[in-house]
Design a protein around this ligand. Structure first.
Ligand code: FAD
Ligand code: 2MC
Length: 393
C-alpha cells in the first residue's frame, strides 16, 4: 500500500491544492494509472532494464503521448501546467519511464509547432498514440553544455540532406522510431543549426552500445551515429538555421517536465517516510516522536511545496509567453531538481538501513532523479541562464 493514494492529504503538501476541478481530475487519472500500471513494475523495469512500450501506449490512450500538442491531429491540447501535473503524478509510478514519456512529448510538440502541415499530419497522430516513439538529439561527444558548438553536419545534395556525425546520450536511442537531429547546415554557432527528422531504418543511421547507468534504467540510452545518412530537405523542422531556437524552445518545457518528475519522486518519498516514521519504533517510541525527525519532515514538506510553486509558476509563464519564461523555467529546474533530490535523500536516511535496500522504492527514486541535475541543461547551465538575465540590466 505504499503511496497508493494521497489518503489523508488535506494538508499543505496535497498536490491538488490550488488546481481547478478539471486539473484535479487530470491529476487523479494520472495518479491512478501510475499506481495501477507502473508502480507494481517499477523495480522490475529497473532491475531488468525493460523499456515498457505497451504501458506507455496505455498512457498514450489517456492522452499522455502528446499532451500539449494541438488537438486537430490527435494531440491532447492541454496546457503546460496540465502536462506538469501529469508528469508529477506518473513519476510516482516510475520516474525513468515518465521522464522518457516527457522527452517524447517534447519532440511531439516540436514537430506539431514548427513542422510543415504534411509532417504534422503524418507524425503527430502516431506520436500521440505512441505507436511511434521519438528521441531528441542535441548532445554530442564534443558538445554537451556548449550545445551551440555542435559539429554534426547536414550538407545539401539535390533535394536531399546528407548527415554525418554522432550524438551522445540519446534517450530511447536504438529503440525509438523518430530522431530529431540538431545539425549544422550553416555558419559556426547557434545560428547555423537546423533540426532534421530522421526515421529509424534510414540507411546510414546506426546506434552505439546501450549505456550502463545508475538510474533511468527503464529507458535505453545510446549514441546515435550518422554516416552519409540521406533524408529529403522536406524533413527539416521549421526553417533552415532555426534548429537551435527550436531545440531550446523544446527544452523550456522539457526543463519544467523533468523537474515535475523530481517532484513526484519527492512527494512519494515524503508519504512513504511519514508512514515509516509512525510505525518504526526505536528507544521505546515511534521515530515520528523525536523532534529531530519532525524537523526533517517539516523541511522536506517546505522544500516540496516551494518546488511545486516554482514549477507551476514557470509552467504558467511558459504557457502565457511571459517575457521572463526562459529564466523562470531554468529557476524551476535548478531549484526543484536540487530540493527534491535533498528530500528523497533525507527520506532514505530516515529509513535507516532499510532505505538502502532494493526492497524499498526510495533508493530507486534517488537513483532516478539524480540525473535531473545533469540533463536537459546541467544545473550550472541553468545558473548561467539565470545570471545572464539578471545581469543584463
Ligand atoms: P559537460 O558539458 O562536459 O559538463 C561537465 C561539467 O562541467 C558539468 O558539471 C557542467 O555543468 C560543467 N560546465 C560546463 N560548462 C560550464 C561553464 N561554462 N561554467 C561552469 N560549469 C560548466 N542529450 C540529448 O541531446 N538527448 C537526450 O535524450 C539526452 N538524454 C540523456 C540521458 C542521460 C541518462 C544522460 C546522462 C544525458 C542525456 N543527455 C541527452 C545529455 C545531457 O544533456 C548532457 O549530459 C548534459 O547537457 C551535459 O553535457 P556533458 O555531459 O557533455 O557535460
Ligand atoms: N529558449 C529560447 N531561446 C533560447 C534559449 C531558451 N531556453 N536559450 C537560448 N536561446 C536563444 C538565445 O536567445 C539566442 O537567440 P538570439 O541570438 O536570437 O538572441 C540563441 O538561442 C543563442 O543563445 P546564446 O547566445 O545564449 O547561446 P550560447 O551558445 O551562449 O549558449 C546555452 C546557450 C548555454 C544556454 C545553451 O547552449 C544551453 O542551453 N546548453 C545546455 C544544453 C542542453 O540543455 N542540453 C540538453 C540536451 S537534451 C537532454 O538532456 C534530454 C534528456 C532530452
Amino acid at each position: 500500500i505504499l503511496g497508493i493514494c494521497h489518503r489523508n492529504l488535506v494538508t499543505s503538501v496535497d498536490p491538488s491544492s490550488g488546481l481547478s476541478e478539471e486539473q484535479q481530475q487530470i491529476y487523479k487519472t494520472a495518479l491512478n494509472f501510475a499506481h495501477q500500471e507502473m508502480r507494481p513494475h517499477m523495480a522490475e523495469w529497473d532491475e531488468h532494464e525493460i523499456f515498457p512500450v505497451d504501458t506507455m501506449k496505455k498512457a498514450a490512450a489517456l492522452g499522455f503521448g502528446a499532451i500539449y500538442a494541438r488537438d486537430d491531429f490527435g494531440g491532447t491540447g492541454l496546457s503546460r501546467l496540465d502536462a506538469s501535473i501529469v508528469f508529477e503524478a506518473l513519476s510516482q509510478g516510475c520516474v525513468s519511464t515518465t521522464a522518457y514519456i516527457s522527452i517524447h512529448n517534447m519532440c511531439a510538440w516540436m514537430i506539431d509547432t514548427f513542422s510543415t502541415e504534411d509532417l504534422r499530419k503524418h507524425w503527430v497522430p502516431q506520436l500521440a498514440s505512441m505507436e511511434k516513439l521519438a528521441s531528441y538529439c542535441l548532445t554530442e561527444p564534443g558538445a554537451g553544455s556548449d550545445a551551440g558548438s555542435l559539429s554534426t553536419t547536414a550538407k545539401k545534395s539535390g533535394g536531399d540532406l546528407i548527415l554525418n556525425g554522432s550524438k551522445a546520450f540519446i534517450s530511447g536511442g536504438g529503440d525509438t522510431d523518430v530522431y530529431l537531429i540538431m545539425c549544422r547546415t550553416g555558419e559556426p554557432g547557434p545560428k547555423g543549426i537546423s533540426c532534421v527528422l530522421v526515421e529509424k531504418g534510414t540507411p546510414g543511421l546506426s546506434f552505439g552500445k546501450k549505456e550502463k547507468k545508475i538510474g533511468w534504467n527503464s529507458q535505453p540510452t545510446r549514441a546515435v551515429i550518422l554516416e552519409d545518412c540521406r533524408v529529403p530537405v522536406s524533413n527539416v523542422i521549421g526553417k533552415e538555421g532555426q534548429g537551435f531556437s527550436i531545440a531550446m524552445k523544446g527544452l523550456n518545457g522539457g526543463r519544467i517536465n523533468i523537474a515535475s518528475c523530481s517532484l513526484g519522486a519527492a512527494q512519494a518519498s515524503l508519504e512513504i517516510s511519514k508512514d515509516h516514521l509512525q510505525v518504526r519504533k526505536q528507544f521505546g517510541k515511534p521515530l515520528a516522536d523525536f523532534q529531530h525527525t519532525q524537523f526533517q519532515i517539516a523541511k522536506m514538506a517546505t522544500k516540496l511545496v516551494a518546488s511545486r510553486m516554482m514549477i507551476r509558476n514557470a509552467a504558467t509563464a511558459l504557457e502565457k509567453g511571459h517575457p521572463n519564461h526562459v529564466t523562470l523555467c531554468s529557476m524551476a529546474k535548478l531549484y526543484a531538481t536540487e530540493a527534491c533530490f535533498e528530500i528523497v535523500n533525507t527520506a532514505l536516511q530516515l529509513h535507516g538501513g532499510y532505505g538502502y535496500l532494493k526492497d524499498y522504492p526510495i533508493q530507486q527514486y534517488l537513483r532516478d532523479i539524480r540525473v535531473h541535475l545533469i540533463l536537459e541543461g546541467t544545473n550550472e547551465v541553468m545558473q548561467m541562464v539565470i545570471a545572464k538575465d539578471i545581469l543584463k540590466f
